[in-house]
Design a protein around this ligand. Structure first.
Ligand code: ATP
Ligand code: MG
Length: 561
């Protein structure tokens, strides 16, 4: 199925219905959406939901979607984040074309508009301290109090605001506020702050400004400047909508329609940028692209495909009600995608040496192996077989319990694509640990079947010792031990999973994996899906386990989850 077909199949949702109706009624002639990240961290899977939604709507209705960096907080923003955001959106498969914008490009315009509001008597300079402003604001049950500076004359306000801009006043000593209603039931309308004085160097505008707009003042106007028709945001902005409407009405400018939806939450991880930044800065993960992180960069390094992430976003849908999505669904989407596309290889993660005593020394056979049983066009490859092999350490038990069907002394199993082998002896070191198995093979079973019809209960993967490529393999588990690390009373960092990363060295891979490039993805037979890490060097692969083969989502679904 092509991407376009998959998208056509994407279920409808309430936002699509609104957009469709707006077009039908002629309220807007085109659809212009935007994805507006603040460049103060890397994008995560929650952002992917918003990206798929905004770019997806533009695509479906023949409109366009802007990428706008909402950069109004110079202290936390940087060019590194801007670059990472662009890379991640592109990697997910979306294109903003010419439409890359920065809220900081609008600083002059926003300033002029603020002056306009002052002239209309709709904004004033306040000398209260931030603490006083908070105290005067009141609570949900108590109206706020008006600032003693609220009724300054237009002339005085214009003069003070101009001097704020020129840098005549210290940081935090004055703010510009909208003059709305200190008794409003909506706290956002109690004379919100529009500008604060802050001597901070902005990564784009440098030291041109010592006055920065608040998010509430910048956001709606930025949407308006760009001619956004549908300004889609998460639920916490529902209570800000009346404020955005007030600003746009006061200025008499283009009015986008704001629509709120529930943000994505995922089990066993955190999604707030503040918390993710903490994990990075405190060195609790290796960086923003640590494969355990829910960031797009982390998921990419882990082995996720853009298709799997887009499929996930389509399946979770868009709703107004908050819910937590099981991370097993995300993993399921990756498994489905890679099952179709990833070639199979044999890799032994914890090697145990096997010597086939009746196999001629020095002989090598090239056996044919299927690249992908789901895709005949993927063809076959040759895998060398010889007298000394490696199998997985836990595929052997000296004293097996009843339900263990793999290799044991005296027992016969199949080696995939090769022969039946029987274990005849066990070699141990001075500590009694098994270090080698002695086996015999049956030459009549080449290809994996016995002409006499006898059966074996297990098929093992293996790698020829003389031909094996040594590799490092990194196994990941959930970053947190709790399904909802955000919702607990104590610090979320208390619940980090101490075993979320296991590094295995001395893994043995079949020789075709000797020259992999970072980003290549394979199914290691019986073990899971793996992706070559950027740490891969020439002839020295490093692999990340993206997901195991065990699909827990199928079980969740069967239970009606
Ligand atoms: P945080 O609260 O972690 O700081 P944020 O929402 O402030 O995140 P932004 O960079 O402002 O981060 O987000 C850009 C866009 O992505 C916003 O439009 C926001 O609504 C959307 N978004 C952020 N997190 C999620 C999420 N978990 N699910 C869906 N959309 C999200
Ligand atoms: Mg935000």
């Amino acid at each position: 199925m092509s991407d376009a077909e998959r998208r056509d199949e994407a279920p409808s949702h309430f936002i699509k219905d609104i957009v469709r109706a707006d077009l039908a009624e002629g309220r807007y002639r085109e659809v212009v959406t935007r994805f507006p990240p603040e460049p103060n961290g890397y994008l995560h899977i929650g952002h992917a939901k918003s990206i798929c939604l905004n770019f997806g709507l533009a695509e479906e209705f023949g409109g366009r979607c802007h990428l706008r960096l909402d950069d109004t907080n110079p202290e936390t923003e940087s060019m590194e984040y801007v670059r990472a955001i662009q890379e991640d959106v592109r990697w997910l498969g979306f294109d903003w074309g010419e439409h890359l914008y920065f809220a900081s490009d609008y600083f002059d315009r926003l300033y002029e508009w603020a002056v306009e509001l002052i002239k209309k008597g709709k904004a004033y300079v306040d000398d209260l301290s931030p603490e006083e402003i908070r105290a005067y604001r009141g609570t949900l049950t108590e109206p706020g109090r008006e600032s003693p500076y609220r009724n300054r004359s237009v002339e005085e306000n214009l003069d003070l605001f101009e001097r704020m801009r020129r840098g005549e006043f210290p940081d935090g000593s004055k703010v510009l506020r909208a003059k709305i209603d200190m008794a409003s039931g909506n706290l956002n309308l109690r004379d919100p702050v529009m500008y604060r004085i802050k001597r901070a160097t902005h990564y784009r505008t440098g030291d041109a400004w010592c006055l920065y707009p608040t998010y509430d003042w910048a956001h709606g106007q930025s949407d308006s400047i760009e001619g956004i028709t549908h300004s889609i945001c998460t639920l916490e902005f529902e209570d800000h909508r009346p404020l955005y409407d007030w600003f746009l009405d006061a200025l008499g400018v283009h009015h986008p329609r704001q629509i709120e939806f529930a943000r994505l939450r995922l089990t066993y991880t955190v999604m707030s940028k503040r918390k993710l930044t903490q994990l990075v800065q405190e060195g609790r993960v290796a960086g923003w692209d640590d494969p355990r992180m829910p960031t797009i960069a982390g998921l990419r390094r882990r082995g996720y495909t853009p298709e799997a992430i887009r499929d996930f976003c389509s399946r979770i849908g868009v709703a107004k009600k908050d819910s937590v999505v099981d991370v097993a669904l995300l993993e399921h989407c990756l498994r489905e995608d890679l099952n179709r596309r990833a070639e199979r290889r044999m890799a032994v993660l914890r090697p145990l040496r096997v010597v086939i005593e009746n196999y001629p020394e020095g002989q090598v056979e090239e056996l044919e192996a299927v690249n992908n049983p789901e895709d005949a066009s993927a063809g076959t490859r040759k895998v060398p077989f010889s007298r000394v092999l490696y199998i997985e350490r836990d595929d052997f038990m000296e004293d097996p319990p009843k339900k263990f069907f793999r290799l044991a002394p005296g027992r016969e199993v199949r080696l995939r694509y090769a022969y039946f082998v029987r274990c005849t002896d066990v070699v141990k070191d001075e500590n009694g640990e098994v270090v080698e198995l002695r086996c015999t093979y049956d030459p009549a079973t080449r290809g994996g079947d016995a002409p006499d019809g006898r059966k074996v209960k297990a098929t093992l993967h293996w790698v020829s010792a003389a031909h094996a490529v040594d590799a490092e393999v990194r196994l990941y588990d959930r970053l947190f031990t709790e399904p909802n690390p955000d919702g607990l009373k104590d610090d979320f960092r208390e619940h980090l999973n101490p075993n979320s990363l296991e590094v295995l060295t001395g893994c043995k891979l079949e020789p075709s994996l000797g020259s992999v490039e970072p980003g290549e993805r394979y199914q290691f037979e019986r073990l899971g899906y793996f992706a070559a890490d950027p740490d891969t060097g020439p002839g020295r692969p490093v692999f990340n386990r993206a997901v195991t083969l065990r699909d827990t989502w199928a079980k969740v679904r069967a239970r009606g989850g």
